[in-house]
Design a protein around this ligand. Structure first.
Ligand code: HEM
Length: 308
């Protein structure tokens, strides 16, 4: 049977029964709990208008509230782990766009049952992980990816992937004649990707990422080029465990610049309290039918309510 939203949040938080759920509410359990907020701006690429009909990107510079985080509900998780996550609120004059992204290009589950199994089994230690490797090919593919991905020295040295697909309206005069194309968000770091060496890992503490980024942006912004990777005929649109070939055409959407310019603004100071909604989309962008994507907002709202 289809997993319910409360069941998914319980699986994420590791609170399978009523007693642990109540305890979780008391400590305000939250996935991606270790993180911090900062700010900057987004500059759309004016050329995008030739291809895509998304009026939102027809603006000069748009304010950005960002949250960088690690995975899981443990606030003490070490920064030496591999996962890096970036969430952005792009707040335009009339419309808003949120991104909630990960540094791993594939997701570990293609539907809600796989998601539930993954979250439940990883919390059972090595035995649970082995079960996933033996029984869920998408979980195995995810573990294989994570194993190849070294921890980065900075949030600014990671790529970030939307993983789920969206549908983008095309311009009337373009090839597709005012229809839609499917695509995925990819953020490429302008500073390039980088990996921590074994000796660097040994000398670092478990908390360095926040200080590193906030120190870095005092003198140079952290920047990413945002692309839409376009699907071709036959590409799997509704399954976030499938990676499309690197050769797929990319459209440059614009550049994210994180420089802390509005860090004293209440919206930034309180951004930890709210949620980022991957389905908050401007005109011209709609969600694909991906079941993972379509469960996310409801799960984030459920988690938000539990942590009040
Ligand atoms: C069915 C699928 C998913 C479920 C049930 C789920 C569940 C959750 C929950 C419960 C939270 C905590 C929300 C809060 O209290 O603010 C969360 C946060 C988050 N999730 Fe997911 N998630 C899903 C898919 C994904 C995917 C595909 C990605 C990456 C592409 C992702 C990345 C994140 C990030 C980065 C955060 C932290 C947002 C922030 O900075 O506040 N999640 N997720």
């Amino acid at each position: 049977a289809e997993k319910t939203i409360p069941e998914l949040v319980d699986a994420v938080n590791g609170t399978p029964d009523a007693a642990s759920r109540e305890a979780g509410k008391n400590v305000k359990l939250r996935n991606h709990t270790k993180g911090f907020c900062t700010s900057g701006s987004f500059k759309p690429n004016p050329q995008l208008q030739q291809t895509l009909a998304i009026p939102f990107f027809n603006q000069d510079s748009i304010k950005v509230t960002a949250r960088f985080s690690l995975g899981g509900t443990n606030p003490q998780i070490s920064d030496k782990t591999t996962g890096r996550f970036m969430s952005l609120k792009i707040d335009g004059d009339k419309e808003n766009l949120n991104f909630v992204t990960t540094n791993v290009p594939v997701f570990f589950a293609k539907n809600l049952e796989e998601f539930f199994n993954f979250q439940t089994k990883v919390k059972q230690g090595p035995e649970g992980k082995q079960w996933l490797i033996d029984n869920q090919p998408s979980a195995k593919a995810f573990f294989d990816h994570v194993r190849q991905l070294p921890p980065s020295p900075s949030f600014a040295n990671s790529r970030y992937f939307g993983v789920n697909s969206f549908l983008f309206s095309t311009q009337k005069n373009s090839v597709q004649q005012g229809e839609t194309v499917a695509g995925k968000w990819i953020f490429e770091p302008v500073a390039g990707t980088a990996a921590l060496s074994a000796s660097e890992l040994a000398s670092l503490s478990d908390d360095f990422l926040k200080a590193e980024l906030l120190e870095r942006i005092k003198t140079q912004p952290a920047q990413w080029n945002l692309y839409i990777q376009l699907a071709e005929m036959g590409d799997e649109i509704n399954d976030p465990t499938v990676i499309w070939p690197e050769t797929r055409q990319r459209l440059l959407v614009g550049q994210v610049m994180i420089n802390g310019e509005r860090d004293s603004d209440p919206q930034v100071q309180q951004c930890d309290k709210g949620i980022f909604n991957p389905l908050l989309l401007p005109k011209g962008i709609t969600a694909s039918a991906d079941p993972i994507l379509n469960a996310r907002t409801a799960a984030y709202v459920e988690s938000f309510i539990r942590r009040q």
